[in-house]
Design a protein around this ligand. Sequence first.
Ligand SMILES: NC(=O)c1ccc[n+]([C@@H]2O[C@H](COP(=O)([O-])OP(=O)(O)OC[C@H]3O[C@@H](n4cnc5c(N)ncnc54)[C@H](OP(=O)(O)O)[C@@H]3O)[C@@H](O)[C@H]2O)c1
Length: 296
Amino acid sequence: MNSSAAPILVIGRQGQLALSLASLRRPDVVCMGRPECDLADPAKLADLVARVSPRLVLNAGGFTKVDQAESQAEEAYALNRDGPAALARICASAGIPLIHVSTDCVFDGRKPAPYTPEEIPSPLSVYGRSKLEGEEAVAIHCRQHLVVRVSWVFSEHADNFVRTMLKLARQRETISVVSDQTGYPTYCPDLAAGLLAMAEQVLAPGFDAWGTYHLAGREEIDRASMAEAIFSESRALGGPSAQIVPILTRDYPTPAERPLNARLDSAKAFDTFGLRLQDWRIGLQKSVRVLVAEMS
Ligand SMILES: NC(=O)c1ccc[n+]([C@@H]2O[C@H](COP(=O)([O-])OP(=O)(O)OC[C@H]3O[C@@H](n4cnc5c(N)ncnc54)[C@H](OP(=O)(O)O)[C@@H]3O)[C@@H](O)[C@H]2O)c1
């Protein structure tokens, strides 16, 4: 760990990624959420960066409600595009790097193979478009940036697919889950550790590989099978489980369209940073254990 006095400033405190970063208990990582830190308030962001004087900023915040973004586009763009743009300008003028977290939803999911960072985005939703414009703004305003796209993130922290499935299983005997959306599930504390490893490397003298990366788990699964995996772990612990009814995305309309293929190819992160996330099923075991204990 870099023992330099200046901390890493994380934007976000109560979200899944912010809580996962905090769970790593690094004394040099400071997580700031609302109200002191607000992506919709550039002056407050500038004050915060001046006060904390970080060696790097990691933006783990944003408007993350994919369906709600369709009817709250203004708020989504304010937090996912304008806030990161302001943060990028602030970081550039402070001379510090910015790591900005983005999403697989910048892609339309029609490619029959994992997406590399070089592929041309084509978002299907307001959320995806607002995140893509945020990526572009970060790249324009702060040369020393990494955009790190992540996908299918789960953990024992905050709201995510694992918590939702276990909660639903307490209420219902059967749950319909889409079986035609595939992804690489990513255990959030592993992602958090990966992002901090990237932070250390970009701070090393001579680093110049700025740009866009993907960081995700490696084993492909569909949503319905992931739900099965969650319930199999839960049943073994005497926790809630339900019968899964696999359905197709077209039979489960949602306000925002999601990419059917959410798989992100992390090879560039491995080649540049030597990063490879561990098997997500290890993280799933821990998440289910903690959540089942919490629910009992
Ligand atoms: N979860 C996934 O599967 C997934 C997939 C793809 C990409 N991502 C990306 O990963 C990043 C982290 O997502 P997450 O899963 O941690 O989301 P989350 O659990 O929904 O948390 C949202 C975070 O955004 C912060 N936030 C919301 N409004 C804010 C504002 N006005 N100013 C400052 N911060 C604000 C919240 O901060 P408070 O502490 O103030 O609540 C919270 O920390 C996001 O960029 C998201 O787009 C996530």
